[in-house]
Write a protein that binds this ligand. Structure first.
Ligand code: CA
Ligand code: CA
Length: 170
């Protein structure tokens, strides 16, 4: 549980959520992630896709706060993240997938330029990088998701991979 490798992974997942790097996770980090995705793909906040992304980001924040913000101060500290989010989500990855899905669904709709319901490997890599996954990991993870090698990735595969990544399997 407290191996250096595990600690390193926890630190990198926390940093991924703490988009503004101020040491705790709050609602602003989720809106920052939404804004970064909109900027990356040149979509406006007022568009339908932009609105859906902000609604998804708020639901994602509410879900995470419900699990991890134990003192109810609207901030998730690193201790709350490790003791609440990581442990409880690790025990129940489906719950994390349910919490993250509306946000990811909206993010993928923005990344899916031609609207055919699947995104390309490089598009998924861009989404992951914007969400704080390191570039090397993002590239490898995106390619690994494309099991049949046709260059397209479906939403379900992304949601479960994202859940696995952020729930930190030991
Ligand atoms: Ca923060
Ligand atoms: Ca708190």
């Amino acid at each position: 549980m407290s191996s250096p490798e595990y600690e390193r992974r926890i630190a990198s997942r926390f940093a991924g959520f703490d988009q503004d790097g101020n040491g705790y996770i709050d609602r602003e980090d989720f809106s920052a992630a939404a804004r970064a995705l909109l900027a990356e793909f040149g979509t406006t906040a007022r568009s339908d896709k932009g609105q859906a992304l902000f609604i998804g980001a708020e639901a994602f924040w509410q879900g995470m706060a419900g699990i991890a913000d134990r003192d109810g101060d609207q901030r998730i500290t690193r201790d709350e993240f490790v003791g609440g989010a990581v442990k409880r989500l690790h025990d129940n990855p489906d719950r994390f997938a349910a919490i993250a899905r509306p946000f990811l669904h909206a993010a993928l709709a923005i990344a899916d330029a031609d609207g055919d319901g699947a995104v390309s490997v490089p598009e998924v890599g861009r989404v992951l990088r914007v969400l704080g996954v390191s570039p090397t990991v993002a590239e490898v993870a995106a390619a690994a998701l494309d099991g049949d090698g046709d260059g397209r990735i479906a939403e379900d595969e992304i949601v479960s991979a994202f859940a696995q990544y952020f729930t930190v399997p030991e």
